[in-house]
Write a protein that binds this ligand. Structure first.
Ligand code: ATP
Length: 732
């Protein structure tokens, strides 16, 4: 029976409060006694094994309380702002009642008071539908603030069963979707939908791809999947580690509360520009201009970097060595040295090759000693190997190289012409100009600042090509020989020293048991190679929507991704409902994308507001006035956040204006000014998209990136042309 009476609802809430109180009471007693008993349990095993308590009793006690202790520990990290420990209840045809919560809690008799949402017994809460009720009559979502029940929403799932269970509310999903958004993403644990639940609970092994259009919950589902995997594979994943990678620092801040709100804090979150901080010690957010970003992301860079490593540094391009033993001059020329270099590099990495190169050069010189001049073999060897000319030659000819010093050479057009003959002249020019900032940087200094996000994958590739630095001993030799000028010699070593290695020839990167990549459509082929080094044995969750890609060469990206997937079992889930944007906003955006990408996944919007997006125009001169007018309009209509999405070239100007305008000051803390690339994965209640034409022109993904901007609004959107309106052709 559907009930609307306020008094009935209050009564029902009070009844649920009784159960919620019981859960919290139980948990606090369990926490105290668990800590206590867990400690005692340990003492029994350590100090008093022959005591009256039999060992198996001790084990049982210890395990039980370790469980309670774990639960309490995880509860302690639950975010107090979040919506309570208990959030759901199902009433089954068997008259069983199950409460569902962020973690499981049991009473003194070990009976469950709340079931962890990830446990199999909680599945019907998410999967049951009126068509397939799975034995559930009524699903109830409890809305709590801390430990207080403040509301509830019911769904009747099986109307064929005679029941007097009351039904309240209009459904939890709609209630949750129409609430204003804050600055960070919330968990959806109370309202996960059936198709999302399937992706969350997919098996651990291999590769799980979560696809679907904008706003279908791919990100939030993937994060719940991470929490689910930690629950079902805790031992393996806590030891091996879980890495979550997203497009930017802003995005990582946006999602960072979701896992702790689910009771998980053992996951490493990294923006793609910081993935290689384990070996480089640096991370960055700076993005290159479109042309340079495209080249730097491409697999063509693999060859460019290999060539770069093989091309001697200026000052190190010595092409002969000469030693004198017993008056005989022994020498090697450019050709012989080049042959030795190739031989060494075909079997070891450059930074590990000095010893082998030394042996080969010494042996080649020894072979040159005339057979008819008498000398003891060991004396000849010693004289050659320890000859000051050879000792001075070696570090010059075979210096240890740091990745950053090697990459910095791409600022020189002559070097780029030499190492990248396969790129077009325009591509080479774009590459060189992206390193203009290196002019004026002191050659001897380690270059830590200034790199772009795309450079990070190149630096990581270089560390892979160059290998581990030589042993400490070799370096001391270098110091001695080079008169103490060791900045270059020590840099790679410095960067790598923090890492724990067992085998010096292995890659030094940190590795993880599971890697979750969000906005996977933007990961360039070179970045996939960087990620794969962090998970040679890992399982993967890859989230993405090709229609929103900012990397233009889809075919190459697919190839690189297939290398990650390899022969591992893989499964794809395509989510089909847009929970973010009202249908009016999404249909507008869909028109634009289908013109250039007819294959785009177009989800169905779950709600409509009746408010159509507005299409406005201004000129550069009138921009400030227009910004004020439209932002005031949006602020008057929506309660939550307001995103101003701009082309990169206008970012600073718009930021400065918006935060200085007196009339906008009242809304300052609700307004966020970002580029379309920075807006990836984020959402705002109201959105003002500034200069769509320039957004298309300045982003590597063109219209796809404009599509990202047009799909961020949860309520209201205005587009604002500046000077030109060509993109409107796409709306026809
Ligand atoms: N089952 C759900 N219950 C409540 N809210 C949901 C649900 N599923 C998704 N949402 C909400 O919909 C919005 C969009 O989700 P999310 O950002 O994960 O989508 P996405 O598919 O990653 O989008 P994009 O491709 O644009 O980055 C978020 O506010 C999310 O909380």
């Amino acid at each position: 029976m559907t009930s609307t009476s306020r008094a009935d609802l209050e009564r029902e809430i009070a009844m649920e409060q009784v159960h919620v109180n019981r859960v919290y009471d139980n948990l606090s007693t369990a926490t105290a006694s668990a800590k206590n008993l867990a400690q005692q349990g340990r003492e029994i095993f350590v100090s008093d094994r022959t005591d009256f308590l039999r060992e198996e009793d001790g084990t049982a006690l210890f395990e039980r309380d370790a469980f309670a202790y774990q639960a309490a520990k995880r509860l302690a990290i639950l975010d107090a702002e979040h919506e309570g420990l208990v959030f759901g209840r199902i009433d089954l045809t068997t008259e069983e009642i199950r409460y569902i919560g962020r973690i499981g809690v049991r009473d003194d008799d070990y009976e469950p008071l709340v079931i962890d949402w990830r446990a199999p017994a909680a599945e019907p809460f998410y999967r049951a539908t009126p068509a397939a009720p799975m034995g559930v009559i009524r699903r109830r979502v409890l809305r709590c603030r801390d430990d207080k029940v403040v509301g509830l929403e019911d769904d009747l799932l099986d109307s064929s069963v005679e029941t007097d269970l009351p039904i309240f509310g209009e459904g939890a999903l709609m209630a949750s979707l129409t609430r204003a958004r804050g600055r960070t993403m919330r968990d959806i644990v109370a309202t996960i939908q059936a198709e999302q639940d399937e992706a969350i609970r997919a098996p651990y092994q291999g590769v799980t791809v979560i696809a679907g259009g904008p706003g279908t919950g791919k990100t939030v589902v993937a994060l719940h999947r991470a929490a689910y995997l930690l629950y079902t594979n805790r031992a393996r994943l806590e030891k091996g580690g879980v890495l979550v990678v997203g497009p930017s620092g802003v995005f990582m801040n946006y999602i960072e509360r979701v896992l702790p709100s689910l009771g998980e804090d053992s996951v490493t979150l990294k923006a793609i520009g910081s993935v290689a901080s384990d070996v480089l010690g640096i991370g960055t957010e700076r993005v290159d201009k479109a042309a340079a970003a495209t080249i730097k992301g491409s697999l063509a860079m693999q060859k460019v970097l290999k060539n770069l490593v093989r091309t001697p540094l200026p000052g190190h391009d010595v092409d002969s060595v000469r030693v004198t033993v017993k008056g005989e001059v022994l020498g090697l020329g450019a050709k012989e040295l080049a042959r030795i270099r190739e031989q060494v590099l075909s079997s070891v990495r450059l930074n590990r090759g000095r010893r082998m190169a030394t042996d080969l050069v010494a042996n080649a010189l020894i072979r040159k000693f005339p057979a008819d001049v008498e000398i003891e073999q060991h004396e000849l060897e010693e004289q050659v190997r320890e000859h000051p000319s050879l000792l001075a030659f070696l570090p010059r000819w075979w210096p240890s190289l740091s990745a950053t010093r090697v990459l910095a050479r791409l600022a020189d057009p002559a070097v780029v012409d030499r190492v990248a003959p396969e790129l077009s002249a325009e591509q080479r020019a774009a590459l060189v100009s992206s390193y203009e900032w290196l002019q004026g940087v002191d050659e001897g200094d380690e270059i830590v600042r200034g790199w772009s996000v795309a450079d990070i994958a190149l630096l990581d590739e270089l560390i892979h090509i160059l290998g581990m630095p030589p042993e400490e001993k070799d370096q001391e030799l270098d110091v001695f020989l080079e008169g103490g000028d060791v900045a270059e010699v020590l840099t790679t070593a410095d960067l790598l020293r923090h890492e724990k290695h067992t085998d010096p020839d292995e890659d030094p990167h940190a590795t993880y048991a599971h890697i979750l990549v969000d906005e996977g459509q933007d990961v360039t082929p070179m970045q996939w190679r960087m990620l794969r080094r962090r998970g040679p044995q890992s399982s993967w969750t890859i989230v993405g929507d090709p229609a929103q890609s900012s990397y233009p060469n889809q075919e190459e990206t697919t190839r690189a991704l297939n290398e990650v997937i390899g022969r591992a079992p893989h499964r794809t889930f395509t989510l089909s409902t847009n929970y973010r944007s009202p249908s009016e906003v999404f249909e507008f955006a869909a028109k634009v994308i289908t013109k250039v990408y007819p294959g785009a996944d177009l989800p169905k919007a779950v709600r409509s507001t009746g408010i159509e997006p507005r299409v406005e125009a201004t000129t550069t001169d009138g921009l400030h006035g227009a910004l004020r007018e439209h932002l005031l309009t949006i602020a008057a209509r929506v309660n939550g956040t307001i995103g101003v999405i701009v082309p990169p070239s206008r970012l600073r100007d718009v930021q400065l204006y918006v935060f200085q305008d007196e009339r906008l000051a009242a809304f300052e803390d609700r307004i966020i000014v970002v580029t379309a690339l920075q807006a990836k994965g984020l959402e705002y209640d109201g959105v003002l998209v500034v200069s769509p034409d320039e957004i298309i022109e300045q982003a590597p993904g063109g219209v796809r990136v404009l599509y990202v901007a047009l799909t961020r609004a949860t309520q209201k959107m205005i587009t604002l042309d500046v000077d030109t309106s060509q993109w409107r052709e796409l709306l026809k």
